[in-house]
Ligand binder design. Structure first.
Ligand code: NDP
Length: 615
């Protein structure tokens, strides 16, 4: 037996964590207590669907709707969605020589999330050099480590320009129906503008978080002041722009409901501008260091061809627990993952002189998580002066129960005398009245209510999309996927020929979402190129190909049921209700994105198009 093997696991754990100065059992009990306060039987049903009387909340406030003649023509490929997924798809298709493309987008311009989310302070959370797609293709280096929304929206439009995606595009247009015509071997696509076109192939980049949701608070439709959702920011009312300066609020009492990633970015500006700001909190976010900075021009100059893909891969490997000689991004995300994933386990195992057992690994992860979240809570105490407010801003759950946030101005905002945290102890707002909000039994008179209450996740995708996709023989996608998604690599499904799904359909969830979208777009463009090269017109996943991927997904479904069950509710765990086939992580590939991208690479390289039929 070597000397290293005699070191007890507890000692290694203690050393890896740099000492254990917290009580894990007490923390666990506290986490479960906080979860229990928030569990509710109505899950996703607690939210109001934004339609009917509420539909004004999703109108496009950024463009005047222009009437146009409907189109009745045929194109080779229709791409639905002009966000990053659609842009990458359009760009990769152009690179592959597809000329007859039409983009259809409900917003008045390209950008998707970054078209809609213009709220003050909106910025990306993943390093911009990794996050903004196609930087090298466009010869662009973002201005900051984390870009602000206007730059990202502009970059989206530049991608569209670069790849001529405005040509033939239908903007401010919503698809209302899509049906495969087997005899003509083409899709018929109808829209809310009266268009009825056909296309040989369709790629859907419709995004997972595109439909705003509102809380089902009694009296929500009774408020007589001003109100809007953060994804449709009303600058006419607030004044200012993404950089703040919301002068219109100088004499206003403003309430904001929600304290998720969006609110964390908007609240500092609201606090700086509003006469009084009331932040209605149900669950605090975990808010760690942001540390944004301007891009060093010398560094930008020094970048060698291939730099963006290398950087994305480096980040992706680290945030999936792999080893890299150098952490190129070196930020809050890579810090979390170094501590919480396989990297920590490898360090411990080196000290131990053997591999960790499963339970030891689980314990290390849990203990590292407590340590990390203790740090996040300690940061609140350091920054927020009023002890009661500081206490209420502390998150009591494991790091990945909710989307981690990074911000340097959010917590200090609560030191402003005009900013009031109304913590509802997990219960949420009681009631909305014509002139304000009731929370914890107290009435707060308000001029304006801003809903930072997020987006529909976990509801039926057909409801979110607003139309069904009808495949061969009248097969409806909603029915085919009623008990869970069945696909080949998340991109294709049997009975829906020449149709590709980009995004969160049985693929890999990555921290840097555009990287997955890019891999999917490359893959779909490759398949369509192969169809063309082989003189065929139709490609379809075979039932066997689909079944093989469903089985691989099941084998690798490792995102812990226990972990999710112990989390405080949110969209990451289906609002605390297990077993939802439409949940955010329900259809993610458990072996992670590194393996997923390799599978796609090898599949393309083999040239066999395994699991697909071409005719
Ligand atoms: P979230 O779903 O994350 O947050 C919604 C908020 O509304 C939560 O704080 C929720 O509380 C609260 N809420 C819901 N109902 C009530 C109620 N009845 N009373 C009081 N509060 C209520 O939405 P966001 O828009 O903040 O973020 C969505 C996602 O978008 C993020 O997770 C992230 O993935 C992405 N995003 C990314 C950004 C970036 O990259 N920079 C920035 C912003 C968003 P509770 O937690 O208790 O449910």
């Amino acid at each position: 037996m070597s000397e290293a093997e005699t070191v007890p696991f507890e000692a290694v754990l203690n050393e890896t964590l740099g000492g254990i100065d917290f009580d894990p059992a007490a923390l666990k009990a506290k986490y479960l207590e906080e979860r229990d306060k928030r569990l509710r039987t109505d899950g996703n049903q607690q939210y109001v669907e934004v339609k009917g009387d509420f539909s004004a909340y999703v109108d496009d406030p950024y463009v005047e709707r222009e009437e146009r003649e409907p189109v009745f023509d045929h194109v080779d490929v229709v791409v639905i969605g002009g966000g990053f997924g659609g842009l990458l798809m359009g760009g990769r298709l152009r690179e592959a020589g597809f000329e007859d493309i039409r983009m259809i987008e409900k917003g008045g311009d390209f950008g998707g999330t970054w078209y809609w989310n213009r709220y003050p302070g909106a910025m990306c959370d993943v390093e911009s050099y990794c996050y903004l797609p196609m930087l090298e293709e466009l010869g662009y280096v973002p201005k900051h480590k984390y870009s602000f929304a206007p730059e990202i929206a502009e970059h989206s439009q530049n991608i569209a320009d670069h790849f001529r995606l405005y040509d033939n595009a239908l903007l401010s247009t919503c698809v209302t129906h899509m049906e495969w015509d087997e005899s003509a071997e083409r899709w018929t696509i109808e829209t809310d503008r009266g268009d009825k076109m056909t296309a040989r192939a369709v790629a859907m980049g419709t995004g997972p978080l595109d439909r705003p949701k509102l809380p089902g608070i009694p009296g929500i439709d009774s408020f007589e002041g001003h109100t809007f959702h953060t994804s449709r920011w009303d600058y006419d009312y607030t004044g200012g722009d993404n950089a703040g300066g919301l002068d219109g609020l100088a004499d206003k009492r403003v309430g904001i409901i929600g304290t998720g990633a969006t609110a964390v970015q908007a609240i500092p500006h609201l606090g700086a501008s509003a006469q009084e700001l009331f932040v209605f909190q149900r669950t605090p976010s975990s808010v760690d260091v942001r540390n944004n900075r301007e891009t060093d021009p010398e560094w930008a100059e020094s970048l060698e061809p291939g730099w963006q893909e290398r950087r994305m891969d480096n980040f992706n490997v680290i945030v999936t627990g792999g080893d890299q000689e150098e952490d190129l991004v070196h930020d809050g995300w890579t810090d979390i993952f170094r501590n919480l994933t396989g990297i920590a386990a490898k360090t411990a195992s080196r000290k131990l002189g053997r591999r960790l057992t499963g339970p030891e690994k689980g314990e290390l992860m849990e203990m590292s998580d407590y340590r990390k979240m203790e740090g996040v809570r300690h940061r609140v105490d350091e920054i927020v002066k009023d002890p009661a407010t500081a206490e209420a801003l502390k998150p009591w759950y494991r790091q990945f129960c909710k989307r981690p946030c990074f911000h340097d101005e959010y917590l200090p905002t609560f030191n402003r005398p005009n900013v009031h945290l109304i913590d509802t102890q997990g219960k949420g707002v009681d009631e909305i009245r014509p002139s304000g909000i009731v929370a914890n039994g107290t009435f707060y008179e308000l001029d304006c209510i801003i809903f930072a209450t997020g987006f529909e996740v976990g509801t039926d995708p057909t409801r979110r999309r607003g139309y069904d996709v009808v495949g061969k023989g009248g097969t409806k996608l909603s029915e085919k996927w009623a008990d869970g998604v069945k696909s080949l690599h998340g991109l294709q499904t049997a009975d829906f020929p020449n149709c590709f799904f980009l995004g969160f359909v049985q693929g890999a969830v990555t921290v840097n979402i555009p990287q997955t979208l890019n891999e999917q777009a490359k893959h779909a463009a490759h398949i369509l190129s192969e169809v063309r090269a082989r003189g065929a017109s139709v490609v379809e996943a075979t039932p066997e190909g689909e079944q093989a991927w469903v089985e691989e997904m099941e084998r690798k479904s490792r995102i812990g049921a226990r972990f999710r069950a112990e989390c405080t509710p949110g969209y990451y765990n289906n609002e605390g209700q297990a077993g939802n086939p439409n949940g955010f992580f329900s259809a993610s590939y458990g072996a992670g994105p590194v393996k997923f991208f390799r599978i796609l690479d090898e599949w393309r390289a083999s040239g066999e198009l395994e699991g697909c039929e071409i005719r």
